[in-house]
Design a protein around this ligand. Structure first.
Ligand code: NAD
Length: 362
C-alpha cells in the first residue's frame, strides 16, 4: 500500500530541493501517495498568508510530511511557519543526527551523534514584551515589587523562558528510548542549571530521575558552554544529547558543522502520531532557482522518513547510495567539492540523478 506523505514545497531553494528529493524517493520503488502543499513566502506573495488553511489538515491526514525549507523574515510581523507547524502539531522531538560521511570536508572522522532537541517549550513559546510598551512597564513594576534587591532597568525588552515538567519528561524519555532501541551507550543532558535553576534546573532534575529507569544507558550532564567546547575538542566521546529548545537549536547546528556543514544535515520533528522530516538548513534564498544547492540533507531526511515508515531496506540502500556519491566526489554540488574545484560541481538535479543511479546499482 502506498504511504500517504505531504510534500511541503517551501520557498527559496525549497521547491527545487523538494522535487529532486521526491524523484529520488520515488526511484527507490517504495510507493508514496504524495500530496503537495505550498507554504512560506511564495504562497504569501500570492495569497497574503504564508500558512494555507489546508496545510495542518493535510498533514493530520497523511500523518507524515517531508518539508523543504521555509524563509522566516527577520524582525517583521511574519511568524515562523516552521515554529507554528511544530507547535500546532505538537511535534515535540526535534531529532537531528550528525554523522560523518567519507568525502565530506571536515576535521573529524567517524562521528555519529544524535541530538534530541525539545521542540515546543522554552523561549520559542514566543511570550515576549517589547521594550517601551505599557505591558512591559507593568511587568517591570511587578518584578521590582517581587525582587526588590535586583536592579531592573526601564529600557529592557523581555522574553519569557517556560520549561515545563511534562514537556521535559517526554523529550528526555524519547532520548532514552531511542538510545535503548538503537544500542547507544550514553545520554548527555545539556543545560545551564547553575544559572537558571527553575527552568534548566527543572529539566536537569527530570533527566536525572528518568535516567534511573534506564540502568543500561550511561547518563551524564554537561553545562551548555562547556558542551560547545567539548564538542569541538573531542566530539567522539558523545553519543545521544538531550537539550531544551534553544540550546538544542544552537548545539545541533554546531554538530552539523562538525560533520561538514548544513548541506549534509538531516532532521525530523516527531510527535505522538505525526512526523515532519526536513533538512536542518534554511531556504538559502540567494540560490533560488539556480539548481545549485546540495540536496543531500533533504534526501537524508527522506532516509529518516523511510525508516519511520518501516521501509528499512530502502532506507539503508538509499543512505549507502548517498554515501557513495559523496565519497566518489564526482557528481556533487559546489559545497562538497575541494576548494578551488567548485567549477566541476554539478547541480541539485544532477546530484539527485547520481544518487538514483547509485541506488539502482546497489
Ligand atoms: P540557510 O541555511 O538558508 O543558508 C546559509 C548558507 O548555508 C547559505 O547561504 C548557503 O551558503 C549554505 N547552504 C544552506 N543550505 C545549503 C544547501 N542545501 N547546499 C549548499 N549550501 C547550503 O540559512 P539562513 O541564510 O540563515 O536562512 C535563510 C532562511 O531560511 C531564513 O529565513 C531562515 O529563517 C530560514 N530557515 C528555515 C529553516 C527551516 O525551514 N527549517 C531552517 C533554518 C533557517
Amino acid at each position: 500500500m502506498a504511504h500517504p506523505v505531504t510534500l511541503i514545497l517551501g520557498d527559496g531553494t525549497g521547491p527545487e530541493l523538494a522535487r529532486a528529493t521526491r524523484r529520488v524517493l520515488d526511484a527507490t520503488g517504495v510507493q508514496f501517495e504524495w500530496v503537495e502543499q505550498e507554504a512560506g513566502i511564495d504562497v504569501f506573495e500570492k495569497t497574503g498568508d504564508p500558512f494555507p488553511d489546508t496545510l495542518i489538515d493535510t498533514i493530520k491526514r497523511t500523518k507524515t510530511a517531508l518539508k523543504a525549507p521555509i524563509t522566516t523574515p527577520v524582525a517583521t510581523g511574519f511568524r515562523s511557519v516552521n515554529v507554528k507547524l511544530r507547535k500546532d502539531l505538537d511535534l515535540f522531538v526535534n531529532l537531528r543526527p550528525a554523522k560523518s560521511y567519507e568525502g565530506v570536508r571536515s576535521r573529524y572522522e567517524n562521528l555519529d551523534l544524535v541530538i534530541f532537541r525539545e521542540n515546543t517549550d522554552d523561549v520559542y513559546v514566543g511570550i515576549e514584551f517589547e521594550q517601551g510598551k505599557k505591558d512591559t512597564q507593568e511587568l517591570i513594576s511587578w518584578l521590582r515589587a517581587k525582587q526588590p534587591l535586583e536592579k531592573i532597568p526601564d529600557d529592557i525588552g523581555i522574553s519569557i523562558k517556560p520549561i515545563s515538567q511534562y514537556k521535559s519528561e517526554r523529550i528526555v524519555r524519547a532520548a532514552f528510548d531511542y538510545a535503548v532501541k538503537h544500542n547507544r551507550k550514553k545520554v548527555t543532558c545539556v543545560h545551564k542549571a547553575n544559572i537558571m535553576k527553575h527552568t534548566d534546573g527543572l529539566f536537569l532534575n527530570i533527566a536525572r530521575k528518568i535516567a534511573l529507569e534506564y540502568p543500561t544507558i550511561q547518563f551524564e550532564d554537561v553545562i551548555v558552554d562547556n558542551m560547545c567546547m567539548q564538542l569541538v575538542q573531542k566530539p567522539e566521546v558523545y553519543d545521544v544529547l538531550v537539550l531544551p529548545n534553544l540550546y538544542g537549536d544552537i548545539v545541533s547546528d554546531l554538530c552539523a558543522g562538525l560533520v561538514g556543514g548544513l548541506g549534509v544535515a538531516p532532521g525530523a520533528n516527531i510527535g505522538k502520531e505525526l512526523a515532519i522530516f526536513e533538512a536542518v538548513h534554511g531556504s538559502a534564498p540567494k540560490y533560488k532557482g539556480m539548481n545549485k544547492v546540495n540536496p543531500t540533507a533533504m534526501i537524508l531526511s527522506g532516509v529518516m522518513m523511510l525508516r519511520h515508515l518501516n521501509e528499512l531496506e530502502a532506507a539503508d540502500k538509499l543512505e549507502k547510495a548517498v554515501a557513495q556519491v559523496i565519497k566518489e566526489n564526482k557528481n556533487v554540488t559546489y559545497d562538497l567539492k575541494p576548494k578551488g574545484q567548485e567549477e566541476s560541481a554539478v547541480g541539485t538535479n544532477e546530484m539527485a540523478d547520481a544518487v538514483i543511479a547509485a541506488y539502482h546499482k546497489m
